[in-house]
Design a binder for this molecule. Structure first.
Ligand code: IVH
Length: 669
């Protein structure tokens, strides 16, 4: 075979294989047998191997995935990935319709779609080829998971036809169908791995795996439902979906145009029950204004489009028997009672365990072992017990005795005023707390230490190699390699992961420390406000409170953390190993507002966050409370008590246009 002949054959094979993939995965009607399909695939693989120059990332052979483990690059979304306004009530849905009706003199129609409960994905195509797939992330930037998404067979690598825009984005949901989810969890159970709580988690976890071969095996699926951008060659959302379907995407057949809100309600009522027969999870219906022109006229708030709303279904419930109660100890020492249940099917999956919240909840519901209990899957990961079937409540059952000592270390539990949960106070000696803190430190959103999963941390701890996060950086290859299930390669990976983690920005390091109430967002705010660990360590209670969204609880918790000697030692050690304790300089447009502190109040023409951003981009600071050190109160309409306070403290009050004048020199920003 000459290269020329090979090229012709490869092109032909790719085309038929893509076509068969579409029949199989998008249309669910295979045109040939699996065996015949495999033969075609093998032939293509054979030729590609012989003629490496014909390799192509869009070839169907690339769907099997590679063994390469890559960290995911963070990519900024061209259009931010916003969420949708939510409602559970018909009344609010009708209010949404009334707002739309008010905006137009002309007719409008809706498109109703199922709300798929998976992980959202942004897909970029250039010249008809999938070039990039990015997770939602924080909405502004996400993980580039292209290698994994290439393995999802219902996502075309190469589009059909030729009437697609040269470059465009399409959004959809990556799902794990119930059958794939069940078999994956069965396999995990056999291997003694933690089970995924629901298909949504499993889908997003799978998307972020470092082994795309494993991703390919798991059977992810996809529906697309939205094309962002203002230069699309369509007049309506419905048309854009039809086009997407023609180009080879999987668009749900349960998508319907509705000419009025009554038809929307009918669609919702139908799917409220019909959805239970679907082979994947849905958690509501998304209602979108169809016309693109009308969508543009309605626009967006800072968080959601004004032209769409999600009607959420109420969580499904199941009834089953409570077999026993376990008590889990979290990294902060908080105790969570967990119910072991007679397995029951709920929203497409089998539930065996559910959260019982806390002692009060148990007492309130008077839950007893042997009771029939209601289990519900809410937005949370773990299903919860929401009630007891009183008609079955036998008096012979004994009330539940809540534990008084830590099930892991035996220390008497304490209950702090105002807290719903019991705590094990033995922070430095209780194993799940020690391990939990290190797991949190290494986790993806914190230091993101590759190779250092939950089980590995546990293994390191059990073998006496680590007792705190700083110990991780003292590990040697030989110490790790000789542990059970480890080897040279995994040891090298972990050390490399640790090395890479030294580049993590200050805000992540701060989050990784696991200071109580300091989540990801708070850590970012603190890092931005203080700029360095030493500044933060020296901050007073009042200074902490001045930071936007930092309240007394967080401020107290931060002070307590930095005050403790063992934490100071830990921080010194982490500084020595080279972690980053200084914030990166924020992007700035000017220093016009340098040294000035603003408080924003009242109704402005745009969301407050936008003004806050403007202040910060010009070097100023925004705080939530007025004090004598506030430079300006930016007051919109209906400004309340802050106005009086400003007058009392002689703080200058300005309106929106006066504010804009302050940065007028840079008004293009
Ligand atoms: S439209 C600008 N349509 O729901 C609006 N979203 O809370 C873009 N979702 O993050 C979203 N099914 O992951 C849209 N048919 C559907 C959807 C859908 C599920 C998810 C999506 C989004 C979230 C919004």
């Amino acid at each position: 075979m000459t290269i020329k002949e090979a090229k012709i054959r490869v092109d032909a094979l790719r085309k038929v294989i893509n076509e068969h993939n579409r029949h199989y995965y998008v249309e669910s009607s295979p045109a040939i047998s699996d065996f015949e399909f495999d033969l075609l695939m093998q032939e293509l693989q054979g030729i590609e191997k012989k003629f490496p120059s014909l390799a192509d990332a869009a070839s169907p052979t690339q769907r099997v995935g590679s063994d390469l483990s890559e960290g995911f690059a963070q990519v900024e979304h061209r259009y931010p990935m916003l969420s949708l306004g939510n409602t559970y009530s018909e009344e609010e849905l009708r209010e949404f319709d009334a707002r739309i009706a008010k905006a137009f003199d002309e007719a409008y129609e809706y498109v109703c779609e199922l709300k798929f409960d998976g992980a959202s994905i942004s897909l970029i195509y250039a010249d008809g080829v999938l070039t990039r797939a990015v997770t939602r992330g924080d909405g502004v930037q996400g993980d580039d998971v292209t290698v994994n998404v290439r393995t999802v067979r219902s996502i075309p690598l190469q589009l059909h036809g030729d009437n697609f825009p040269k470059e465009f984005e399409v959004r959809g949901e990556i799902l794990l169908p119930h059958s794939s989810f069940e078999s994956m969890n069965r396999e995990r159970e056999k291997q003694g791995k933690t089970l995924f709580a629901n298909p949504r988690n499993a889908a997003s976890g799978t998307l972020k795996m470092f082994d795309s071969k494993e991703v390919a095996r798991r059977g992810l699926d996809n529906f697309v439902y939205y094309m962002p951008g203002s230069d699309l060659p369509f007049a309506s959302h419905y048309e854009s979906l039809q086009a997407a379907r023609a180009w080879g995407f999987k668009v749900s057949e349960h998508t319907q145009k509705c000419s009025d809100i009554g038809a929307v309600v009918d669609f919702i009522r139908h799917w409220e029950t019909a959805r239970k027969k679907l082979s994947y999870d849905t958690d509501g219906v998304v209602v979108k204004v169809n016309s693109f022109a009308q969508q543009r006229a309605l626009g967006f708030t800072s968080k959601t489009p004004r032209w769409a709303i999600a009607y959420k279904f109420k969580a499904e419930q199941a009834v089953t028997t409570l077999l026993s109660v376990d008590y889990q100890v979290g990294r902060t020492g908080a105790i969570t009672p967990v119910a072991n249940l007679e397995p029951v099917k709920l929203a497409g999956t089998i539930v065996k365990r559910a959260s019982l919240h806390n002692a009060d909840q148990i007492a309130l519901l008077d839950i007893r072992v042997g009771d029939m209990v209601y289990v519900e899957k809410g937005g949370e990961i773990i299903p919860k017990i929401v009630g007891v079937d009183a008609s079955n409540h036998s008096e012979n059952l004994l009330p539940l005795q809540y534990i008084t000592a830590c099930p892991e270390c035996g220390t008497p539990l304490v209950r702090i005023d105002g807290e719903a949960k019991h705590f094990c106070p033995n922070e430095s000696g209780c194993p799940p707390q020690i391990v939990g803190r290190i797991i949190h430190f290494a986790s993806r959103k914190a230091m993101n230490i590759e190779g250092l999963g939950d089980e590995t941390v546990e293994l390191l701890y059990k073998n006496g190699l680590v007792k705190n996060a700083a110990n991780l950086y003292d590990l040697h290859k030989a110490q790790i390699a000789r542990l059970e299930r480890m080897g040279d390669k995994s040891a090298e990976n972990i050390l490399q992961g640790l090395e890479n983690s030294k580049k993590a920005p200050f805000s992540r390091v701060l989050f990784a420390l696991g200071i109580r109430y300091v989540g990801e967002t708070t850590a970012k705010k603190l890092a931005e406000a203080f700029g360095s660990l030493s500044a933060l360590q020296n901050a007073t209670f009042e200074q902490l409170l001045e930071v936007d969204e930092i309240g007394e609880q967080i401020a107290k918790s931060a002070l307590a953390f930095f005050w403790e000697e063992k934490n100071q030692l830990l921080l010194n050690k982490l500084r020595e190993v080279g972690l980053c304790f200084v914030a990166e300089k924020q992007q700035r447009f000017s220093s016009e507002l340098e040294g000035l502190t603003f408080v924003i109040t009242g109704t402005l023409s745009r969301p407050r966050d936008e003004f806050k951003q403007m202040v910060e981009l010009h070097g100023g600071k925004v705080t939530s409370a007025i004090s004598s050190s506030t430079s300006y109160l930016l007051a919109g309409e209906k400004a309340g008590s802050k106005m009086q306070k400003a007058e009392k403290l002689l703080v200058k009050v300005i309106n929106e246009s006066q504010f804009l004048e302050l940065i007028a020199k840079y008004s293009d920003v």
